[in-house]
Design a protein. Structure first.
Length: 167
Protein backbone atom coordinates (compact mmCIF):
# COMPACT_ATOMS: atom_id res chain seq x y z
CA UNK A 1 0.00 0.00 0.00
CA UNK A 2 1.40 3.39 -1.00
CA UNK A 3 1.02 5.87 1.86
CA UNK A 4 2.10 9.50 1.97
CA UNK A 5 2.22 12.03 4.80
CA UNK A 6 1.08 15.62 4.25
CA UNK A 7 2.38 17.61 7.23
CA UNK A 8 1.62 21.19 8.11
CA UNK A 9 0.42 23.54 10.78
CA UNK A 10 -2.98 24.07 9.06
CA UNK A 11 -3.87 27.07 11.26
CA UNK A 12 -6.56 27.14 9.94
CA UNK A 13 -7.01 24.62 7.12
CA UNK A 14 -7.71 26.41 3.83
CA UNK A 15 -9.21 25.46 0.50
CA UNK A 16 -5.62 25.45 -0.78
CA UNK A 17 -4.74 22.73 1.74
CA UNK A 18 -7.82 20.77 0.68
CA UNK A 19 -6.80 21.14 -2.96
CA UNK A 20 -3.48 19.45 -2.18
CA UNK A 21 -5.18 16.84 0.04
CA UNK A 22 -7.68 15.82 -2.66
CA UNK A 23 -5.03 15.60 -5.36
CA UNK A 24 -2.57 13.66 -3.19
CA UNK A 25 -5.35 11.31 -2.04
CA UNK A 26 -6.05 10.52 -5.70
CA UNK A 27 -2.41 9.44 -6.18
CA UNK A 28 -1.77 7.47 -2.98
CA UNK A 29 -3.67 4.58 -1.43
CA UNK A 30 -3.64 6.38 1.91
CA UNK A 31 -2.85 9.98 2.80
CA UNK A 32 -2.07 10.89 6.38
CA UNK A 33 -2.60 14.59 7.02
CA UNK A 34 -0.38 15.30 10.01
CA UNK A 35 -1.00 18.46 12.03
CA UNK A 36 2.38 19.57 13.31
CA UNK A 37 3.30 22.06 15.99
CA UNK A 38 5.56 24.54 14.25
CA UNK A 39 8.04 26.02 16.71
CA UNK A 40 9.09 28.68 14.20
CA UNK A 41 5.60 30.18 14.08
CA UNK A 42 4.02 32.45 16.65
CA UNK A 43 1.14 31.25 18.79
CA UNK A 44 -1.53 29.47 16.79
CA UNK A 45 -5.19 30.41 16.61
CA UNK A 46 -6.22 26.77 17.17
CA UNK A 47 -4.68 23.97 19.22
CA UNK A 48 -3.24 20.97 17.36
CA UNK A 49 -6.28 18.89 18.27
CA UNK A 50 -8.72 21.61 17.15
CA UNK A 51 -6.92 21.87 13.80
CA UNK A 52 -6.98 18.08 13.45
CA UNK A 53 -10.72 18.02 14.14
CA UNK A 54 -11.33 20.76 11.54
CA UNK A 55 -9.39 18.69 9.02
CA UNK A 56 -11.30 15.53 9.91
CA UNK A 57 -14.55 17.38 9.35
CA UNK A 58 -13.32 18.93 6.09
CA UNK A 59 -12.02 15.62 4.67
CA UNK A 60 -14.86 13.38 5.88
CA UNK A 61 -15.78 12.47 2.29
CA UNK A 62 -12.29 11.21 1.46
CA UNK A 63 -12.17 7.58 2.59
CA UNK A 64 -8.41 7.19 2.18
CA UNK A 65 -7.48 10.29 4.21
CA UNK A 66 -6.58 9.99 7.88
CA UNK A 67 -5.71 12.92 10.17
CA UNK A 68 -3.09 12.67 12.90
CA UNK A 69 -1.07 15.05 15.11
CA UNK A 70 2.60 15.18 16.04
CA UNK A 71 4.66 17.58 18.13
CA UNK A 72 8.17 16.33 17.33
CA UNK A 73 10.32 16.25 14.23
CA UNK A 74 8.70 15.29 10.96
CA UNK A 75 11.52 12.83 10.28
CA UNK A 76 10.66 10.96 13.49
CA UNK A 77 6.98 10.85 12.54
CA UNK A 78 7.81 9.55 9.07
CA UNK A 79 10.11 6.88 10.51
CA UNK A 80 7.45 5.79 13.04
CA UNK A 81 4.64 5.79 10.48
CA UNK A 82 6.56 3.65 8.01
CA UNK A 83 5.72 5.97 5.12
CA UNK A 84 8.82 7.50 3.56
CA UNK A 85 6.88 9.83 1.22
CA UNK A 86 6.09 13.37 2.32
CA UNK A 87 3.88 15.75 0.36
CA UNK A 88 4.64 19.46 0.48
CA UNK A 89 2.42 22.07 -1.13
CA UNK A 90 3.91 25.02 -2.97
CA UNK A 91 1.97 28.18 -3.69
CA UNK A 92 4.64 30.05 -5.59
CA UNK A 93 8.27 29.75 -6.56
CA UNK A 94 9.15 31.72 -3.42
CA UNK A 95 7.95 28.76 -1.29
CA UNK A 96 10.33 26.43 -3.09
CA UNK A 97 13.56 27.75 -1.55
CA UNK A 98 12.36 27.20 2.02
CA UNK A 99 10.77 23.84 1.20
CA UNK A 100 13.87 22.66 -0.68
CA UNK A 101 16.01 23.53 2.35
CA UNK A 102 13.68 21.65 4.68
CA UNK A 103 13.59 18.63 2.36
CA UNK A 104 17.40 18.54 2.29
CA UNK A 105 17.64 18.71 6.09
CA UNK A 106 14.94 16.05 6.48
CA UNK A 107 16.72 13.80 3.98
CA UNK A 108 19.96 14.20 5.94
CA UNK A 109 18.15 13.17 9.14
CA UNK A 110 16.25 10.35 7.43
CA UNK A 111 17.83 9.21 4.12
CA UNK A 112 14.77 6.99 3.43
CA UNK A 113 12.48 10.03 3.26
CA UNK A 114 11.31 11.35 -0.12
CA UNK A 115 9.63 14.73 -0.52
CA UNK A 116 7.12 15.23 -3.31
CA UNK A 117 6.26 18.83 -4.14
CA UNK A 118 2.78 19.68 -5.41
CA UNK A 119 1.85 23.12 -6.67
CA UNK A 120 -1.44 24.44 -5.37
CA UNK A 121 -4.14 25.06 -7.94
CA UNK A 122 -3.78 28.49 -9.53
CA UNK A 123 -6.88 29.74 -7.74
CA UNK A 124 -5.14 29.08 -4.40
CA UNK A 125 -1.61 30.29 -5.21
CA UNK A 126 -2.16 33.46 -3.15
CA UNK A 127 -3.88 31.79 -0.20
CA UNK A 128 -2.28 31.29 3.21
CA UNK A 129 -3.54 30.55 6.69
CA UNK A 130 -2.09 33.81 7.94
CA UNK A 131 -4.10 35.73 5.29
CA UNK A 132 -7.25 33.92 6.47
CA UNK A 133 -6.55 34.84 10.10
CA UNK A 134 -6.00 38.48 9.11
CA UNK A 135 -9.21 38.60 7.06
CA UNK A 136 -11.13 37.07 9.97
CA UNK A 137 -9.85 39.71 12.39
CA UNK A 138 -11.35 42.36 10.10
CA UNK A 139 -14.64 40.47 9.72
CA UNK A 140 -14.17 39.83 5.99
CA UNK A 141 -15.91 36.93 4.30
CA UNK A 142 -13.89 33.71 4.35
CA UNK A 143 -16.26 31.76 2.08
CA UNK A 144 -13.82 31.65 -0.86
CA UNK A 145 -10.85 30.69 1.30
CA UNK A 146 -11.85 27.97 3.79
CA UNK A 147 -14.44 25.19 4.08
CA UNK A 148 -17.69 26.17 5.86
CA UNK A 149 -16.87 24.30 9.12
CA UNK A 150 -13.55 26.11 9.30
CA UNK A 151 -15.16 29.50 8.70
CA UNK A 152 -17.59 28.88 11.58
CA UNK A 153 -14.75 27.79 13.87
CA UNK A 154 -12.58 30.78 12.94
CA UNK A 155 -15.46 33.19 13.59
CA UNK A 156 -16.18 31.59 16.97
CA UNK A 157 -12.50 31.61 17.97
CA UNK A 158 -11.96 35.25 16.94
CA UNK A 159 -15.13 36.32 18.79
CA UNK A 160 -14.03 34.46 21.92
CA UNK A 161 -10.56 36.04 21.76
CA UNK A 162 -12.05 39.52 21.30
CA UNK A 163 -14.43 38.98 24.23
CA UNK A 164 -11.53 37.82 26.40
CA UNK A 165 -9.41 40.83 25.44
CA UNK A 166 -12.22 43.27 26.21
CA UNK A 167 -12.54 42.04 29.80
Amino acid sequence: MRTAVYPGSFDPPTLGHLNIIRRAAAIFDELVVCVMRNGAKECCLFTCEERAELLRESTAGLSNVRVDTHTGLLTDYVRESGSPVVIRGLRAVTDFEYEFQMAAVNRKLNPEMETVFMFAGEEFAFLSSSAVRELARFKSSLRDFVPAPVERAVREKISALEAEQSR
